[in-house]
Write a protein of this length. Structure first.
Length: 165
C-alpha cells in the first residue's frame, strides 16, 4: 500500500492508511554547525488516536530569486536513527512497500502538512533531505531508484507553497 498524502489546511492526509500528519510543534534550536535552526516534533494520527511521531532538526534560509523572496525550510533526515524511526512506523501505517518507497511517501506527508497554508506573505518551500550514508547505514538500498545529488544528499519529499497576498 503506497502512501499518497494530500495537503489539507493544517495537516496532510493519506486516505489509504487513514493517517493524518498535523503541522508539527516547532522550537528554535542551535544546529551542530552553530547556526540557528528549527526543531520539528511531528505526530501521526489515525482518527483521534496518536499512532506515532517523529522529531528532527532543520535549517531555514531566505533566498531571493527574480525579486521574489522565498523561505526554504530543509528537514534534516540525514541521521541513521531518524531513518530507523521512520521505518519503525511502517507497521503503524499498514505499509508493505519497500523501505525507500515508504520513506519517500512519509517524507512527502511531512512536507505536505504545510502545503495547505493560505496566510503566508512569502513563497515557502519545504524539502525533506537525507543522505546516501544514512540510508546505507539503515540498510535501505537506493541504487538507481532515486536521484542522488553530487553532495550525496537525497531529496525524499518537497512542497512549494506560493504566497497568498
Amino acid at each position: 500500500m503506497r502512501l499518497s498524502f494530500q495537503p489539507r489546511s493544517h495537516y496532510s492526509y493519506d486516505p489509504t492508511s487513514d493517517v493524518s500528519i498535523p503541522r508539527p510543534r516547532i522550537l528554535p534550536t542551535t544546529l551542530a554547525s552553530g547556526e540557528g535552526g528549527t526543531e520539528y516534533h511531528y505526530s501521526f494520527f489515525r482518527g483521534e488516536d496518536r499512532i506515532g511521531g517523529l522529531g528532527f532538526d532543520g535549517r531555514d534560509v531566505v533566498v531571493e530569486t527574480d525579486g521574489y523572496r522565498e523561505w526554504v525550510f530543509t528537514f534534516d533526515l540525514t541521521r541513521e536513527q531518524t531513518i530507523q524511526s521512520m521505518l519503525r512506523s511502517k507497521a503503524d501505517f499498514g505499509s508493505t512497500d519497500e523501505d525507500l518507497t515508504f520513506l519517500r511517501g512519509l517524507a512527502q506527508g511531512l512536507v505536505l502538512a504545510y502545503a495547505g497554508q493560505m496566510d503566508n506573505e512569502d513563497n515557502l518551500r519545504y524539502i525533506a533531505v537525507t543522505s546516501v550514508e544514512a540510508l546505507d547505514q539503515a540498510g535501505v538500498p537506493i541504487a538507481g531508484a532515486i536521484p542522488v545529488h553530487p553532495d550525496k544528499k537525497v531529496v525524499l519529499g518537497e512542497a512549494a507553497v506560493p504566497s497568498h497576498v
